[in-house]
Design a protein around this ligand. Structure first.
Ligand code: PRX
Length: 639
């Protein structure tokens, strides 16, 4: 069996086979990877507990698949091209040989600092090659990485470190984002006041911002590398892992206040990310592939690091932001490195589109052959702009739908092979069996229907548990519909059987492609001393997709409402991070609640969206008058 699908007929045949004989199919895919020992059983599962085990008894190390096995043929091929924040700083290229060397070196640093198989390591780094190196070094020795996105606050880091009981943190003095310098080490220092489990902090030099290095706890990355060099033996053999050993934890928001640690395991995740990368992007050996995500999110884990590297691809990493020094930066990078495949998010596309065509029209984008979109629904206007301005009408767009919990892409066009329609994720990849359900728990069959999107059958890349709380995993994903994985997304299946994701059906927002729980934002707002109660909903935002709208009952608040708004924003930044700051804060004297005290979010959502003419039934409200007041206030806020 070939790894890559070659034609639409091939897709149809492969899909059919993957559904009829899933175990045979996935064994065939897994045969394309390097296993120290083959599995005894392809799949053992039930969605009730849930129990999901792929390739049981198989032994491997994912870094041998991402690095060692390529060295003979691709040793001198660029594995990572790194483009810095500042275009005047030199870019860096790491060949497969060099990357392996650096990963082994840093794996030895981790060992020298007491890290062993099974230990949890928190990584809080900017988008520099050392982030990929740190991730792979953990995987090399079987340590479990928990990468925290550089935009999260000290409190968020502390919560994640404590939940996973991390022994070590890897960070840098600071990070560059456009014209800003963010003091990462100082944020980590604030976090560690609350973290008893951390024994060691390794600090990379990036911005040369002054940092406080605490004796006995903090060490410099560069010094530790020198130590390894003087020890003489730079090699670090890969730890042999079981297919179902944990590879990493990645925290993601849900409808409750506390983010959960999604757990992915070594074997299935490797097979799934490698397979989907090779297929969706139809990667060809000489191509340069550029994913603009941050490794702090799942897209970066799966489609900057593990997926591309397991396929021997050249993966371009970018430290900065798409709009600095100007809105042509991504196109400059494409031109400079002759990027063939570009994978980005609708938010970035919309903001670059809004900046005007002058930033793109004079750039040479002729190297582009395939495009991808991820993280949120893409509106038709942005899709067409991406198609015409960036792909010049010749590059198929893969609108890839998936989630942190999925490990890799589930529903998406296969570039150049399966059809595309603007705004549609189209068809499930082989092995993926979507199903739509109504609120009553009945499956909605046939075409031309909408419902809640579920998956009937496991795939190798799916989450196994939520760290330290298996019951929460069951409740969140497997309890809504019997024997189904529930995605939390609404979905349309059109007359032709093509899928279009319509957005979340739970209380989770998607802001600039980042998932944020409304309860989490409310908890943060409520931490502010003047706040009595709050309710957060999403509203359509021209660039971010969704904006955050907060209705707040403030007690004794400052006479200047704008100052109170700023105070609330500051509080949210401190508790979660700047990404969760509300775009709009409306002060209200009460919230629309049912007699049993439940906030009627449906009403608030409509008000936030500006759709006040039809609020539906408000007679069950405890105090219907409050709705009129909120409506008037919203009108005023819109100005
Ligand atoms: O609502 C869907 C939306 O993003 C959610 C998953 O968020 P996260 O785990 O942060 O992962 C984002 C990157 C994989 C989904 O439940 N979403 C993701 N991709 C798409 C999408 N919505 C529409 N179209 C997409 N292509």
């Amino acid at each position: 069996m070939d790894l890559q699908i070659k034609s639409f007929a091939d897709y149809q045949k492969t899909y059919q086979y993957s559904v009829e004989k899933p175990e045979e199919f996935w064994a065939g895919v897994a045969d394309h990877f390097y296993w120290r020992r083959k599995w005894n059983k392809v799949l053992d599962w039930n969605f009730k507990d849930p129990k999901i085990k792929w390739f049981e008894g198989g032994r491997l190390n994912i870094t041998e698949n991402c690095l060692d096995r390529h060295i003979y043929k691709l040793g001198d091929k660029p594995a990572i091209i790194w483009e810095p924040n500042d275009p005047n700083e030199a870019h860096r290229v790491l060949t497969y040989k060099q990357l392996l060397e650096k990963v082994e070196q840093f794996a030895n640093v981790l060992k020298n600092n007491g890290i062993r198989k099974g230990d949890r390591v928190c990584i809080y780094l900017p988008m520099v090659p050392e982030l990929a190196i740190a991730v792979l070094a953990c995987a090399r020795i079987g340590a479990i990485h928990s990468v925290v996105f550089g935009g999260f606050s000290a409190q968020s880091i502390a919560d994640r470190i404590n939940d996973a009981d991390c022994r070590l943190v890897i960070t840098s003095d600071g990070s560059f984002r456009g014209t800003k310098t963010i003091e990462l080490k100082s944020i980590v220092d604030d976090a560690l006041v609350q973290c008893k489990s951390v024994e060691r902090v390794i600090v990379l030099t990036r911005t040369r911002t002054p940092v406080s290095m605490i004796k006995g706890r903090d060490v410099w990355w560069e010094d530790e590398i020198t130590k390894v060099e003087t020890q003489g033996n730079p090699a670090c053999p890969a730890e042999e892992m079981d297919a179902e050993d944990m590879l990493f934890i990645l925290y993601t928001s849900g409808s409750t206040g506390k983010p959960k640690g999604v757990v992915h395991t070594c074997g299935g995740y490797m097979v799934y990310t490698g397979y989907t990368f090779a297929n969706v992007f139809q990667y060809q050996p000489s191509e340069v592939y550029f994913c603009t995500a941050d490794i702090g999110w799942i897209t970066g884990h799966s489609y900057i690091v593990y997926g591309p590297l397991s396929q021997g691809a050249t993966s371009l990493m970018f430290e900065g932001v798409p709009t600095w020094p100007d809105a042509g930066r991504l196109w400059d990078i494409v031109e400079k490195h002759k990027v063939n495949i570009l994978y980005t998010a609708p938010t970035a596309i919309r903001s670059l589109m809004a900046a005007g065509d002058s930033f793109v029209d004079n750039k040479d984008l002729s190297s582009i052959t395939k495009l991808g979109s991820v993280g949120e629904p893409i509106n038709e206007e942005a899709w067409h702009w991406y198609d015409e301005k960036i792909g010049k009408g010749n590059a198929p767009i893969a609108d890839t739908w998936w989630q942190t919990e999925n490990g890799g892409i589930l529903i998406s066009p296969i570039a150049g092979i399966t059809p595309t329609i603007p705004g549609y994720a189209m068809l499930p990849l082989p092995g993926i069996q979507p199903a739509l359900f109504d609120e009553q728990g009945n499956e909605i069959e046939g075409n031309g229907v909408s419902g809640n999107l579920c998956m009937k059958f496991p795939w190798p890349g799916m989450l196994r548990t939520t760290y330290g709380d298996h019951e929460r995993c069951r409740q969140t994903y497997f309890a809504t519909y019997e024997n189904m994985y529930f995605t939390g997304d609404g979905c349309l299946r059109d007359e032709n059987g093509y899928y279009r994701i319509t957005g979340r059906v739970d209380d989770v927002l998607n802001v600039s492609g980042h998932r944020i729980g409304t309860a989490e934002v409310e908890n943060a707002i409520n931490m502010h001393s003047d706040v009595v109660e709050s309710a957060v909903v999403g509203y359509p935002h021209a660039v971010k997709g969704q904006g955050i709208y907060a209705f707040v009952i403030a007690g004794n608040h400052h006479t200047d409402e704008n100052l109170t708004r700023q105070d609330i924003n500051k509080t949210v930044s401190r508790i979660i991070g700047a990404i969760a700051k509300p775009d709009k804060i409306q002060f209200v004297s009460g919230l629309p609640k049912t007699r049993s005290g439940k906030i009627m979010r449906r009403i608030l959502r409509k008000i936030a969206e500006g759709e006040v003419s039809n609020l539906g039934d408000t007679t069950t409200l405890l105090d219907p008058a409050v709705v009129e007041e909120i409506k008037a206030g919203a009108e005023q806020l819109r100005g």
